[in-house]
Design a protein around this ligand. Structure first.
Ligand SMILES: Cc1cc2nc3c(=O)[nH]c(=O)nc-3n(C[C@H](O)[C@H](O)[C@H](O)COP(=O)(O)OP(=O)(O)OC[C@H]3O[C@@H](n4cnc5c(N)ncnc54)[C@H](O)[C@@H]3O)c2cc1C
Ligand code: SF4
Ligand code: SF4
Length: 1011
């Protein structure tokens, strides 16, 4: 019988006791546990409970309490592991939220001491910025993987080649100097190199084990850069200095809990050059790896044509792919140097050698733009995301995704692996760390039927035989976990596997550390997340889920667990603001997706749509659409959240803020009949307090002020368009512009007219229904869309461009509409003819007026998700503005999210991450540009003493005041002056003049809008 740990634990008592001794969080509810059931793997095991320790003492206390209850433990960082090593029926200790301090950075000795929850990039960025140092092995998950996890898995990365040639070696084990570890029995010790670091009861059995199996280790361990499978018993050999820290690296939480790690840093080449080599095919590219390695690059990656094709099919990096040289298989080679010349010179030397050698080389390209180089690295890193869900093809999975061979046999291995896969009818792109022989793949296994699972297993067995016949390793970086552990006897033989068992027993004689992984493992086909029992209920949905075969269940299983949504910085994107400020798995896109998957499983997460834990996780989602764009597999959480809320509240009353904010268009219409009275009430205590309470609004927030005259009324009273002979466009008078910021609508009309267009507004009173989605009022949202289509049908069919100034409203037509009404032809047409304001002007090659000063640009998340803010930035730059677009992600207001009392703190934390400090720092003559109503409100109410302008207002300022702009500081005061009906701007005069010259002003006067 396998010595699995007993899992009969009195979880209630254990939780109670943990709460008494742990300062951090102790979570044992079904949803809390289910959140940690899978990570990035194919497996699913529901933990006993979760502890999020605040201090190292908490960790010690947790393990002690678990010991009292015989409960197994498993530690976690980013939980991005692919082999199932993070999933277990155990108490999970999640280090990532609090234990993430860089304890010490000794630049002189090139050492860093870190807590296990430190994210790799946090250390890299600090070390790089302050000391020109870096940590070599960098997994593709470097923005969110942790040192605990990297040491747990013995991670490697693109720059493992650098530490192979210029540092201590390719793997994390090579960089680990010392570890502080805790055993299950409560012993806490520092381990490093040499027998003296261990007490006799640990040292003696390890020395005996080493002496007994040393020769077998020397004989059977492949001498390749990426032998990640198995325990590092080789590190105990005398020639390796009895390096206990390195031997414990890669043990995947099966031996000890790591409390603290001292790791080595290496010099980071200040300048890097990227060379891309195109070959006739990927195996030929693989054949040339040894020739390239002779030139000692710092990175050597490879990819095949299929990866490029898959990316094109899913619409990823299309532009970037065109930067690759001719070929159907590529090597990306990076060189480092003190100067650009030095790095380029190394690349040129390689190019010269390769030119002479020929042999299938099709093209070479040495890049000289760091931005381009960055894009190409993104192409390579996007591998998993690009290959998971390819339209028209079966879903793909990990399972045989990181095998490694000697680098001089990569080409041969690629050919054979391809042949083997074809025999099984499997296909996958083959890419990865060619320079170290490690090949990534994602195969179209069938993991839902008995036959499919049998075939999957046979393939894994035969692939293992293949890689071993090349003298390779089952895992070349992701570890053994459960995916490969059962195959270890093939690779190492029974004696060494017995030695692994003994090694584990020395550290964990009770067999409670992550049992069933690496040694005496669960079978490869046990605990599958899908498996033959996978049978989620099919549910009636409001959205059509066109990218998920119409299935909510597929949309909920879509997340592949990479964890990019756990990044701590926006990195030029948006995802995922709620995680960035809470560092909570359940507030990351992945956590939410996992809980929806679990909700459909029904055990332990019960109650389907009424489940309160699922509600809690979704409730803090800002529906910013960051994930729809930034998640590599486009998990669409705003849609899933809206769907969930619609069902959650079916037949029940919603909380009062849902009506107050969700139906804002209707409330605003009533309020704008007496805007002054309403403004008085919402601004004056005690009425304002009572109204905030009634609306469920945060007391710290103020109600936005209603404009004395709506935009539509202004337009009607003005007599409609002043440019009757121009090309007709329809301007969308969204609720926010219409009732709160008509000055933006006015500016947009004037700018568009100046640009030569005849601006008209819809005849009917319209609303896209944006806020309804935030509260799951989807029946009503559908009716709004249907009404819009009815109202605009003639214009839609006439092909009239529809331009909007409020990005979130336009996003309804670009994003929600096709998901709601996928088969409606007019909906399809409308989607194609709606434009964000800047998008339209940019597309029409509009020449903006000059304005000389600084601009701080913050893009609305929905704008970024539906086309991006590139057009906006281009226009501002073409005006001559000195534009700064900080990495501000989501402002935190996100529609009405930031107004809700319960969300205020998270909302402000999102704003304070980057945006609000940046606005405060901006000089008083800088124009702050933000097109979104909510972003402007956040800036205005976020203690900045500034108000942001819409792009249309910035353009109007340039027209009104000329290239020097207004002398008022801050410049938004000048925008107010124009609104207050002060002097008519030059733009108005110019437009009026133009219109009069055309003798057409009168024509437009008869046009009437209904509002
Ligand atoms: C898309 C994708 C790309 C990847 N690319 C790479 C790559 O290029 N190179 C690479 O090496 N890996 C890669 N991985 C795998 C994985 O991301 C890395 O191995 C990463 O270093 C794991 O870090 P983590 O914080 O997520 O660890 P986790 O998954 O949380 O943990 C990893 C292991 O370490 C153990 N562990 C965590 N903390 C502790 C602790 N305090 N004490 C003891 N044990 C602990 C865990 O129990 C687990 O067994 C990739 C994964 C994905 C999904
Ligand atoms: S939601 Fe997207 S980014 Fe986050 S883990 Fe899932 S697949 Fe990765
Ligand atoms: S919509 Fe925004 S907040 Fe919600 S999960 Fe996606 S990225 Fe996170």
């Amino acid at each position: 019988m396998r010595p699995y740990a007993s899992v009969e634990v009195d979880a209630k008592r254990l939780a109670h006791e943990l709460r008494g001794v742990v300062e951090g969080e102790v979570r044992f509810r079904p949803g809390d546990r289910a959140l940690y059931a899978t990570g990035g793997s194919n497996y699913r095991q529901i933990p006993i409970g979760v502890v999020i320790p605040r201090t190292i003492d908490d960790v010690v206390a947790t393990v002690a309490a678990c010991r009292e209850h015989d409960a197994p433990v498993v530690s976690l960082g980013g939980h991005t592991s692919l082999a199932g090593q993070g999933a277990n029926v155990a108490v999970v200790i999640d280090f990532s939220k609090y234990l993430n301090e860089i304890v010490e950075l000794d630049a002189q000795r090139k050492l860093a001491r870190v807590q296990p929850g430190v994210v790799l990039d946090s250390l890299r960025h600090t070390a790089e910025r302050e000391h020109g140092l870096t940590f070599g092995p960098d997994p593709s998950t470097h923005t969110h993987c942790t040192f605990g996890g990297m040491i747990g898995n013995n991670s490697c990365g693109v720059h493992s080649v650098m530490t192979q040639f210029y540092g201590p070696g390719p793997t994390t084990a090579d960089q680990v100097e010392e570890l502080e570890v805790l055993t299950y029995r409560g012993e806490r010790l520092r381990v490093g190199r040499g027998e003296a670091t261990l007490p006799p009861h640990l040292r003696d059995p390890l020395v005996a084990l080493r002496d007994r199996v040393g020769d077998e280790v020397r004989r059977r361990y492949p001498r390749i850069p990426r032998r990640i499978s198995g325990y590092n018993l080789n590190e105990l050999l005398p020639e390796n200095g009895f390096n206990v820290a390195a031997a414990l690296t890669g043990t995947e939480s099966t031996c000890v809990t790591i409390l603290d790690a001292t790791v080595r840093l290496v010099d980071s080449p200040p300048v890097r050059s990227l060379l891309a080599l195109g070959y006739v095919d990927a195996p030929t590219a693989g054949d040339h790896v040894p020739a390239v390695l002779e030139h000692k690059p710092i990175g050597l990656e490879g990819m095949d044509e299929k990866l490029a094709q898959d990316m094109t099919l899913v619409g990823l990096h299309e532009e970037d792919l065109s930067m690759l040289p001719e070929g159907a298989g590529w090597l990306l080679v990076e060189f480092g140097g003190e100067t650009k010349e030095e790095a380029d010179e190394k690349a040129r030397a390689l190019m010269a050698d390769l030119k002479k050698a020929g042999g299938g080389l099709r093209g070479m390209k040495l890049y000289d733009d760091p931005e381009q180089e960055g894009h190409l690295w993104q192409v390579r890193e996007a591998g998993l995301g690009a290959t998971a869900y390819i339209p028209g093809k079966a879903d793909t999975y990990e399972g045989w995704e990181d095998s490694a061979v000697p680098p001089d046999r990569v080409g041969e291995y690629l050919r054979e692996l391809q042949k083997l896969a074809s025999k099984f009818g499997y296909e996958s792109a083959l890419y990865g760390h060619y320079g170290q022989g490690c090949i990534h793949a994602r195969w179209n296994f069938d993991l839902k039927t008995a036959e499919g699972i049998k075939t999957f297993r046979r393939f894994i067995e035969e692939s293992a035989d293949l890689v071993l016949s090349f003298g390779g390793s089952l895992s070349g970086e992701h570890g053994d976990g459960q995916s490969r552990a059962e195959l270890l006897p093939k690779m190492f033989g029974d004696d060494l596997v017995e030695a692994f068992r003994e090694f584990k027993s020395v550290w964990d004689p009770d067999w409670k550390m992550n049992p069933g992984k690496i040694v005496d493992p669960y079978a490869i086909t046990e605990n599958l997340r899908l498996g033959t029992d996978y049978d989620p209920p099919s549910v009636q949905t409001h959205f059509a889920y066109p990218d998920d075969h119409g299935s909510f269940a597929h949309a909920a299983v879509r997340c592949v667990g990479i964890g990019n949504c756990r990044r701590l910085e926006a990195e030029g994107e948006v995802m995922c603001p709620s995680y960035m400020v809470t560092r909570e798995e359940k507030h990351a896109t992945r956590g939410r997706a996992r809980l929806l998957f679990e909700m459909l499983q029904g055990n332990p997460v019960e109650g389907m749509w009424r489940n309160e834990e699922v509600f809690e996780a979704l409730d803090l989602c800002l529906s910013c659409k960051g994930c729809t764009n930034d998640c590599p597999v486009s998990v669409d959480m705003p849609t899933l959240k809206a769907e969930f809320l619609a069902h959650h509240y079916e037949g029940r009353l919603r909380p009062r803020h849902a009506y107050a904010f969700g139906l804002i268009d209707q409330g605003a219409r009533v309020a704008s009949r007496a805007p002054r009275l309403v403004n008085f009430l919402v601004r004056t205590p005690p009425f304002s307090g009572a109204l905030k309470l009634a609306a469920g609004m945060a007391p710290q927030r103020s109600f936005p002020e209603f404009a004395p005259v709506t935009f539509t009324r202004w337009f009607r009273e003005r007599g409609g368009s002043l440019n009757p002979n121009g090309q007709k466009i329809l301007l969308w008078p969204d609720t926010f512009t219409n009732h709160f910021h008509p000055e933006i609508g006015i500016a947009a009309v004037e700018v568009l007219e100046y640009a030569g267009y005849r601006v008209e507004l819809p005849e009917a009173r319209v609303c896209c229904g944006r806020p309804l989605y935030d509260y799951g009022m989807l029946d009503l949202a559908r009716r709004y869309l249907e009404r819009t289509l009815d109202d605009l049908r003639d214009e839609i069919r006439a092909g009239t461009p529809i331009v909007g100034v409020e990005p979130s409203c336009l996003a309804v037509f670009k994003d929600e509409l096709p998901k709601m009404l996928p088969h409606d032809e007019d909906a399809g047409r409308l989607r194609k003819q709606v434009f964000h304001f800047a998008e339209f002007l940019d597309r029409e090659e509009y020449e903006p007026p000059p304005l000389a000063r600084k601009a701080l640009l913050h893009g609305h998340c929905h704008h970024k998700a539906t086309g991006g803010i590139g057009a906006e930035q281009r226009l501002l730059e073409r005006m001559g503005l000195d534009v700064e677009a900080p990495d501000s992600g989501c402002c935190g207001m996100a529609g009405s999210f930031g107004f809700e009392a319960a969300k205020y703190d998270v909302s402000m934390a999102c704003g304070e991450r980057v945006l609000l400090p940046k606005v405060r720092e901006a000089s008083t003559d800088t124009i702050v540009v933000a097109d979104g109503f909510s972003c402007r409100t956040q800036i205005e109410q976020g203690g900045t003493n500034r108000r942001a302008l819409h792009l249309a207002q910035a353009l109007k300022l340039a027209y009104d005041y000329g290239p020097a702009g207004p002398s008022d500081e801050p410049p938004e005061a000048a925008a107010d002056a124009a609104l207050d009906g002060g002097r008519p701007g030059l733009l108005t005069v110019a437009v009026l003049g133009g219109a009069l010259a055309l003798g057409a002003g009168g024509l437009a006067l008869s046009r009437r809008a209904r509002t």
